[in-house]
Structure formats: structure tokens, C-alpha cells
Design a protein around this ligand. Structure first.
Ligand code: PAN
Ligand code: ZN
Length: 189
């Protein structure tokens, strides 16, 4: 590699309070309407959407090339709320290159990391500040906020991993978390 082609080191500052990244990173905002067909209770989803279309989560992505060798990273902020009894969650995905792993480290709030394999194995990890979870290659992953404040985590993954959302739409995510008697309960559906 020619010296003049090598990227300069840099840093960002992350707010554990609201997940903001500065200098400003790319912001992706997902609203209730972006998660059509994903929640368990479709009637509750339609009722909620008729009422309002709130932002469920935001992602602040640090900009580096999406290429082999680089590491991508972002904060994800999931706001508190439910559709019916099911907590707000992310769309969830496999990596397009399925043998690419990822690390999620919780900065604020309470949540769950849900994971599944194509063959139907499932695993969940309760997340709270300081918990750093390893998502091995070949596991799809979805996160949710089961607390009353924003749930914020920092994720790091290989630059060439890519996101496959279609598989999650086609084959329902088998793990769901509902509120029962004020407590989150993980269920295999
Ligand atoms: C994360 C996720 C982020 C949002 O950066 O992309 O938490 O979740 P969805 O992408 O499922 O909407 C990650 O896992 N990147 O690979
Ligand atoms: Zn991922």
C-alpha cells in the first residue's frame, strides 16, 4: 500500500446520554411505518400507525469505507415504547457475508439482543450498560428496548459485511419479547 493511500487515524466522541456521535455521523431514522409486517400483533400495529408514526430508533454511523479491512461502527438508540405488548425493536438482519461477526456494547438503558441461525437455533442476551455482546458469524440479530429510557448501544462490524433484511421479512424472527406483569418475557414463537 502506497503511504499516500493510507487513511489517517481519527476519533469520534460518543454521547452515552443520547447516542450522538461527533463529528456528526450519518443518521438513519426508522419509523413505525418502516417496520411493516414485523410486529406480532398486526391489529395493534395498524391501530398505532393510524394514531401516529413515531421514530422507533436512530442509528449514527461513523463514516468509513464499506470495504474489507475496515471496521464500521455506529450507535443505535431505540426509544421506549411498545406495539401491543411487544417492545420496540430494530428490523434485524443477517450480514450479506454471513461469516462476518459483530460486537454490541451497551451504553445506556435496558434491552435485549436476540439472535437466530438459519437452522433455527436461538439465543438472547439481556443488555445493560457495560455488557458487551459477541454476535458470532452466521447469527441474525435484532435488538429491543424493554426499559423506560432510551436503550443505546455501540456496534462494530467488518466493513464488507453488508445487511440482508429480506430474510427476516420472509422468515419471521422466531424470538419475541413481550411485557407480562410489567416484566420483559422472551418467547420463542
Ligand atoms: C447495527 C444495526 C443497527 C440497526 O449497526 O444495523 O443496530 O438495526 P437494523 O440494521 O437491523 O435496522 C448492525 O448490526 N450492523 O451490522
Ligand atoms: Zn449487523
Amino acid at each position: 500500500m502506497k503511504e499516500n493511500k493510507i487513511m489517517d487515524p481519527f476519533y469520534v466522541e460518543i454521547s452515552c446520554e443520547n447516542g450522538n456521535v461527533s463529528p456528526p455521523a450519518r443518521l438513519i431514522s426508522r419509523k413505525l411505518s418502516d417496520l411493516v409486517g414485523l410486529f406480532y400483533d398486526q391489529d395493534a400495529y395498524n391501530r398505532a400507525l393510524a394514531d401516529d408514526n413515531p421514530v422507533l430508533y436512530e442509528v449514527y454511523e461513523v463514516r468509513v469505507p464499506e470495504e474489507e479491512g475496515h471496521l464500521l461502527s455506529c450507535t443505535t438508540v431505540i426509544y421506549p415504547g411498545k406495539v401491543g405488548k411487544e417492545y420496540y425493536f430494530t428490523k434485524g438482519h443477517f450480514h450479506v457475508l454471513e461469516n462476518r461477526a459483530e460486537i454490541y456494547t451497551c451504553l445506556r438503558g435496558q434491552g435485549y439482543l436476540l439472535m437466530t441461525t438459519r437452522a433455527g437455533k436461538t439465543h438472547s442476551i439481556a443488555m445493560r450498560p457495560g455488557i458487551s455482546a459477541y454476535i458470532p458469524p452466521y447469527w441474525s440479530h435484532r435488538t429491543l428496548n424493554c426499559g423506560e429510557e432510551p436503550f443505546i448501544f455501540y456496534g462494530v462490524w467488518p466493513g464488507d459485511a453488508g445487511h440482508d433484511y429480506e430474510s427476516i421479512v420472509e422468515q419471521e424472527f422466531p424470538l419475541r419479547v413481550f411485557e407480562e406483569n410489567g416484566q420483559p418475557v422472551v418467547k420463542i414463537k
